[in-house]
Unconditional design. Structure first.
Length: 445
C-alpha cells in the first residue's frame, strides 16, 4: 500500500491518512460505525476525487464514499479498504438568485445548508438532523419537515456532477444523461461520487413547530385521528408521531405528535392544529414560531458499544387503520420498541412513481422502529420487535433505504420494487460494470 500511495500522491492533492498518521482513529470512523480502512483520502478538489476513484478502481480494494457519515450501516467506512471522505468539498453558493438555484458540494451537511440559505430567506426540503450529509440523504430520498409542501430533498434537485467508476466527470440533469439523473434520485451511491448538487430552493418564513403530547393510554384514537387529519390537511402541515421514546419514558412514554406548519401566521397554525389538539388529553403543547434551520437538531454520537438497529416500512392508505391498531396495541402492552411514524403524502405523492428511483410515492405513512443499546440489550429486545413486524407485515410494504438496518437482498428488494431495480441495474451496468460503488444498498450490474 505504501508503494502505491506514493504513486497516488502524484495526482492527489488532498490529505492521505493511513494508520500511522495522526488523526487516523477519528478519520477511520463514522458517526455510527467504527472501521479500520487501509487509508482515508480527503480530496480538496474534483480532480482529487477523480484521481482517488481511478486509484481505487485500479487497486481492486473496497471503496467507501463518505458524506456526512450518518449511515446506520456504516457505509462511510470499511476494514482494509479505501475511504473517500468528501468533507472538504462542502461549498454552498447561491448561483441564481432569481431562480433560487443553489450549488452545494458533495460533502456539505444540511445544517450548513440551512444556515447559508437563511439570510436569503430560502430553504430546501431536507432531513431533520444538522450533521446529516446532503449527498447520502438526497441520493436515497430526503424525508423531512417540509415534505408535504415541497416533497423529498431529491424532488428539488435540478442537476448534479458526479465522478463515475472510470474517473470521468459527468453532469446530469433532465436533458444531459437523463437516465443517470433518474437513477441518482433515489438509487443511492451506486452510480458514482457526486461532487456537486444543484437544487432549486424555495422562499421560506419561520415555521410553527413543536410537540403536542398525549397519554400513552390514548394512543389508539390519537394515532387514528392524526392519520385521518393528515390525509386531508393542507400541505403546510407535516407531522411525525413518536411513541415509546427511550428519552421520554420508554414503553410507557406518552404519544408525542411533532408538528411543523410551514407558515409564520399564527392563525394558519391554529387552524391546522386545532383538530389535533382535540384528539385527546393534551399534556404538553409547545408549538411556537421557529426559523427553519432551528428545526434541524444536532445528531448524537452513540457511546462505545452502543448499537442502533432501525427497521422501517411504508403504509398505503388501505393499510393505515390496521397498522395503527397494531402499534397502539403494542404500546398498550407496555412492551413497545421506540417507534416513529412519519406522515407522508402531499407534494411527495404528486410525483409519478416512475419519475425517480424513489418509487414509494403512494405511501401515506412510514413506520420505523429503533433498537438501541449494547449487544445484550439488542438481542434481548429483538424477539419483541420481530413479533411486532410480523403483525405489521400484512399492512405494510417496501422500505426507505436511508433508514434500513440491513443491506441484504431482501432489503434491496424492499427499497427498490422490481421494475425500478431492473432499470437501475441496467444503468449500473453501463456506468459501473465492475461494481466499484458497492458500499450501499447495492444494485448489482
Amino acid at each position: 500500500m505504501s508503494t502505491t500511495l506514493t504513486s497516488l500522491r502524484q495526482d492527489f492533492g488532498g490529505d492521505i491518512i493511513d494508520p500511522t498518521a495522526a488523526g487516523y482513529a477519528e478519520a477511520a470512523r463514522t458517526v455510527l460505525a467504527a472501521g479500520s480502512p487501509a487509508v482515508v483520502l480527503r480530496p480538496r478538489t474534483v480532480a482529487d476525487v477523480r484521481a482517488a476513484v481511478r486509484f481505487a478502481a485500479a487497486g481492486g480494494q473496497p471503496l467507501a464514499v463518505r458524506g456526512g457519515g450518518h449511515s446506520f450501516l456504516g457505509f462511510g467506512t470499511n476494514d482494509g479498504g479505501l475511504v473517500l471522505d468528501l468533507g472538504r468539498l462542502a461549498e454552498i453558493e447561491l448561483i441564481d438568485s432569481d431562480r433560487h438555484l443553489v450549488r452545494i458540494g458533495g460533502g456539505a451537511t444540511w445544517g450548513a445548508v440551512a444556515d447559508a440559505l437563511a439570510p436569503h430567506g430560502l430553504a430546501i426540503s431536507s432531513g431533520d438532523t444538522r450533521g446529516v450529509g446532503v449527498g447520502g440523504l438526497t441520493l436515497g430520498g430526503g424525508i423531512g419537515w417540509k415534505l408535504r409542501r415541497y416533497g423529498l430533498a431529491l424532488d428539488a434537485l435540478v442537476a448534479a456532477e458526479l465522478v463515475t467508476a472510470d474517473g470521468s466527470l459527468v453532469r446530469v440533469d433532465a436533458e444531459q444523461q437523463p437516465d443517470l439523473f433518474w437513477a441518482i434520485r433515489g438509487g443511492g451511491g451506486n452510480f458514482g461520487v457526486v461532487t456537486a448538487f444543484e437544487f432549486a430552493a424555495h422562499p421560506t418564513t419561520d415555521l410553527h413547530f413543536g410537540r403536542i403530547v398525549f397519554p400513552a393510554a390514548e394512543a389508539g384514537p390519537v394515532l387514528l385521528g392524526w392519520a385521518d387529519h393528515l390525509r386531508g390537511a393542507p400541505e403546510e402541515l407535516t407531522s411525525i408521531a413518536d411513541l415509546a421514546n427511550p428519552m421520554a419514558g420508554g414503553p410507557e412514554a406518552p404519544v408525542q405528535l411533532f408538528v411543523a406548519v410551514d407558515s409564520d401566521d399564527p392563525a394558519v397554525a391554529d387552524r391546522l392544529l386545532a383538530p389535533l389538539r382535540d384528539l385527546g388529553t393534551v399534556l404538553t403543547d409547545d408549538v411556537a414560531p421557529r426559523p427553519y434551520r432551528d428545526l434541524l437538531v444536532e445528531g448524537r454520537t452513540p457511546p462505545p458499544g452502543m448499537q442502533l438497529i432501525p427497521r422501517n416500512a411504508f403504509v398505503a392508505r388501505s393499510g393505515v387503520p390496521q397498522a395503527l391498531d397494531v402499534i397502539a396495541d403494542t404500546v398498550g402492552s407496555g412492551r413497545s420498541p421506540a417507534t416513529v411514524i412519519r406522515g407522508l403524502g402531499g407534494a411527495m405523492s404528486r410525483v409519478p412513481a416512475d419519475a425517480t428511483a424513489f418509487a414509494h410515492r403512494d405511501a401515506e405513512l412510514m413506520i420505523m422502529t429503533v433498537l438501541a443499546g449494547p449487544a445484550p440489550v439488542i438481542e434481548a429486545a429483538r424477539p419483541g420487535v420481530d413479533a411486532l413486524w410480523q403483525r405489521l407485515a400484512p399492512h405494510v410494504t417496501g422500505a426507505y433505504a436511508n433508514f434500513l438496518g440491513t443491506a441484504d437482498e431482501d432489503s434491496v428488494a424492499a427499497a427498490y420494487p422490481e421494475p425500478t431495480r431492473l432499470r437501475l441495474a441496467g444503468i449500473k451496468r453501463a456506468v459501473d460494470p465492475t461494481n466499484l460503488f458497492s458500499a450501499n444498498h447495492n444494485i448489482r450490474p
